[in-house]
Ligand binder design. Structure first.
Ligand code: ADP
Ligand code: MG
Length: 280
């Protein structure tokens, strides 16, 4: 399979991105335009830290509703890629678009979150002394869009939404439990729920099953599969059993760029992938 990003980007689509970037006709607060079926477009992104290239001309695209896994050795640039998408790190060069029109390199971190990109970090940032319900409610109320929208809505609509998210992340039986008393896996799910209640279109998850039991890992794969379609997900993970359970396409990063891309079976048979990552 061809390595790179343009496999399914039509020439017209590419022109639109290029025109938007080069002429500065870039909507920063535009509505998300998914009309071409691509939710994330990274093209030729480079990031250096003190002369070290953490990302080296990285190009990839994520389709609307896709569940993509990103694997690769430590230091490959996986987290840095997420930092670029969320605005935490500015690329030295290259393009990063959310949908057709939103130039991520021109937005602040809060603007990017507001535009509909949610990120889950490795360590949960839940409120331990609050219940599962309260954590989800706080996350909902922290979201400006939701708060505004809910002024006009009945309280019961908010409660229904919170209950639905808790159900989605499989915490209904723990609804009133203080978050600090949840298992490690449940805390991770709670944090995913806190993202979901803000209704992101794209979710970035960095090593979400680290430290989980096999059962929790399998349930997380099931959850992510259920979110795909409605959401697009980019999951960075080292656990190959989990990557297999997710069942999506796999992008292998090494030394800051795409080394291979395809089904898990295909990348696992790729001699270069075995050499730099899987064979060690
Ligand atoms: N803020 C930073 N300052 C300096 N070097 C960094 C910074 N962030 C990442 N790096 C370096 O960039 C490389 C890629 O890191 P990272 O994106 O965390 O890789 P991965 O997540 O694939 O393990 C590593 O060599 C790391 O040390
Ligand atoms: Mg990392």
């Amino acid at each position: 399979m061809k390595v790179g990003s343009f496999d399914h980007a039509s020439p017209g689509q590419r022109e639109q991105w290029e025109a938007a970037a080069s002429f500065g006709h870039v909507a920063t607060s535009a509505a998300l335009d998914l009309s071409h079926g691509v939710i994330l477009y990274l093209d030729d992104i480079s990031v250096s830290f003190d002369g070290f290239r953490a990302l080296n001309r990285l190009s990839l695209t994520i389709d609307v509703g896709e569940l993509r896994c990103v694997i690769g050795p430590n230091g490959a640039g996986k987290t840095t890629m997420m930092d670029v998408v969320t605005g935490k790190t500015r690329p030295d060069s290259g393009k990063a678009f959310f949908g057709q029109t939103i130039d991520l390199t021109r937005l602040s971190e809060p603007e990017i979150a507001h535009a509909g990109i949610g990120r889950k970090f490795q360590k949960p940032t839940i409120f331990e002394h609050h219940s599962v319900w309260e954590n989800i409610e706080l996350a909902m109320k922290a979201d400006k869009r939701v708060r505004t929208a809910l002024f006009a809505r009945a309280d019961s609509a908010q409660r229904d939404r919170i209950a639905a998210v808790i159900d989605q992340v499989r915490l209904t039986a723990a609804t009133s439990r203080p978050a600090g008393l949840l298992s490690h896996g449940q805390k991770q799910w709670l944090e995913i729920g806190m993202l979901l209640v803000q209704e992101p279109k794209l979710l970035l998850l960095d090593e979400p099953v680290a430290g989980m039991t096999d059962d929790e890992t399998a349930r997380t794969a099931e959850l992510f599969r259920s979110l795909a379609g409605e959401h697009s997900l980019v999951v960075v993970e080292h656990d190959m059993a989990f990557v297999r359970q997710l069942g999506g396409l796999v992008t292998v990063l090494a030394e800051g760029s795409v080394l291979a891309h395809g089904s898990l079976d295909a990348v696992q048979e790729d001699a270069r992938v075995i050499e730099v990552y899987l064979g060690r």
